[in-house]
Ligand binder design. Structure first.
Ligand SMILES: NC(=O)c1ccc[n+]([C@@H]2O[C@H](COP(=O)([O-])OP(=O)(O)OC[C@H]3O[C@@H](n4cnc5c(N)ncnc54)[C@H](OP(=O)(O)O)[C@@H]3O)[C@@H](O)[C@H]2O)c1
Length: 247
């Protein structure tokens, strides 16, 4: 018997697909969302075979902000009862291109922050009315401090973190658990070919920990764990020194 449905938005991300597998292992039916519907279908067939549970797919485009409340309404009515949701969409963008044409940054803001806020806010209010559930949002250590190399992406993730912090507080008395995941570097398409990576997470392990976080009473989870201490140090470097550091 299902323990309730889990919506995974950005399900074609490698870490999200392993999170989906973990939710399936725990007996949750799945609704997988992203733009690439062919890849979603392949993923769904695989998960059905592995888990024997109901796995549905639905097209979602984070670039259509205005359509999100209606989309949430349709998805909510199409399944349930709901255990919760995961937001895993992210886009780093090309920092150099965005510096030359800053309006290109709007896509990065939308995919990492504004569309996420609309979606998690709409879904969260429904979970609150239901009286239970979880929202797991995948942010990034990049949102912990603005850096010269990725401040478009980092500022969007910072907004995402702050939104989740407020939503957590808003929903705490409604029985809804809101947890922010802050991965460091993870071996996915997003980091392919990047130099200077260290403590690189395996998407399978990161995915499992994303799913497990839904059932644990932690508010913010760094993956791999040492990033909590690395970011504590980075956040505390005085600005007059930090602004001259090439990190
Ligand atoms: N990789 C890292 O080192 C790292 C580190 C820290 C945080 N993160 C975060 O982890 C999450 C997953 O990242 P990843 O590395 O697995 O990246 P990825 O492989 O590039 O996956 C990105 C996901 O976002 C979806 N997506 C992108 N634009 C979309 C849009 N307009 N509408 C709907 N879906 C869209 C993609 O699905 P479709 O293309 O199928 O639509 C895909 O599922 C992101 O939030 C990212 O910011 C990653």
């Amino acid at each position: 018997m299902s323990g309730g449905s889990v919506l995974i938005v950005g399900a074609t991300s490698p870490m999200a697909r392993y999170a989906a597998e973990e939710f399936g292992r725990r007996g949750h039916d799945l609704v997988l969302a992203a733009r690439d519907t062919e890849e979603l279908s392949r993923l769904a067939s695989d998960l059905r075979i592995r888990t024997g549970l109901s796995v549905r797919t639905v097209m979602f485009n984070a670039d259509d902000e205005q359509g999100i409340p209606g989309w949430v309404n349709e998805v909510w009515e199409s399944a349930g009862p709901w255990a919760g949701m995961v937001y895993a969409i992210g886009d780093m963008g090309d920092q150099l291109q965005m510096e030359n044409e800053p309006t290109l940054g709007l896509t990065v803001f939308r995919r990492n922050y504004t569309s996420a806020a609309i979606l998690m806010g709409s879904f969260g209010m429904r979970l609150a009315a239901q009286g239970s559930g979880f929202i797991v949002g995948v942010g990034s250590v990049a949102g912990d401090r603005g850096r010269r190399k990725n401040y478009f992406y980092g500022s969007a993730k910072a907004g995402f973190h702050a939104f989740m912090q407020g939503l957590r507080s808003r929903l705490v008395d409604s029985g809804v658990h809101v947890v922010t995941i802050k991965p460091g570097f993870v071996d996915t398409a997003m980091t392919f070919g990047m130099n200077g990576l260290f403590l690189v997470g395996d998407p399978r392990e990161v995915g499992r920990r994303i799913a497990k976080a839904a059932f644990r009473p932690r508010d913010v989870v760094y993956i791999p764990g040492p990033w909590r201490w690395i970011m504590l140090i980075i956040r505390n470097i005085p600005e007059r020194i930090f602004k001259k550091m090439s990190i």
